[in-house]
Structure formats: C-alpha cells, structure tokens
Design a protein around this ligand. Structure first.
Ligand code: ZN
Length: 128
C-alpha cells in the first residue's frame, strides 16, 4: 500500500487502511513492514497531541548534522531515527480482524518526507 506523507517528520495513522487490506485469515499474525530506510512503523495511541509529541520526540533522537552519510544525500539523521524505531510491527489477528488494544493504532513515522511510502501488509495464519 502507498502512504503519502506531508512533511519532513510526519506521523500517519494507517490502522484503517491496514485493516481494510488484511488478507482473509481467521487467526494468526499480521506483519506491517515499511520498505524504506528513512521511515519507521510503530504502534501507539493516535491522539492528535500525542502524534505531535511523537514528532517532537523523534526529532530529538538524532543530531541533525555532522554525520558521514550527509556527504552522500544529507539525510543521515533520518536513517538513524529509522534504525531506532524499527521498520515493522506484528499485530495478532483474531476472527479476521486486527486484535489491537483499545488505544493502539498502527503509525507510519516519516523522517525524510514529504514522500510516497510503500508498506507491505502480510498475514500469516496460525498453525493448528
Ligand atoms: Zn541517505
């Protein structure tokens, strides 16, 4: 699935789109993987003020400059933030639906936008 981000650091709630694209399995696990090295995926509450706080928090995870990779394309800080947060999450699937907690949402976190990002959504059935 494609996700459009709107600023250099951005947090996009993709829960509804992942749920709609979920392969049809009764039970198992859904893996959501971002196919990039300057973005990440996490699970947290999609409360607007918290999304702002996440943007502020991840901005502070890396110094903005002074990295060797910046000589290539000037985005080392984005790569480093991605490494810290991670590129995938696993969510249980029950009765064909994402079994997220009440306040849990799947968040794509952009570190080098705005861009169009690719997310892989895969579902693996339980072994019985
Ligand atoms: Zn780079």
């Amino acid at each position: 699935m494609k996700v459009i981000t709107e600023s250099r650091i951005d947090v996009v709630d993709v829960t509804q789109r992942v749920a709609e694209g979920l392969p049809n399995i009764d039970g198992g696990v859904c893996t959501v993987f971002v196919e990039h090295t300057t973005a990440a995926v996490s699970i947290n509450e999609a409360e607007p003020r918290l999304l702002d706080d996440i943007e502020t928090f991840v901005s502070g995870l890396s110094a903005p400059e002074g990295w060797k990779h910046d000589a290539l394309d000037d985005n080392a800080d984005s790569h480093l933030r991605s490494s810290l947060i991670g590129r995938s999450v696993c969510v249980p699937v029950r009765d064909g639906k994402l079994a997220l907690g009440t306040w849990q949402s799947i968040l794509l976190i952009e570190f080098d936008g705005p861009r169009t990002r690719s997310l892989s959504v895969m579902a693996t059935p339980s072994v019985e």
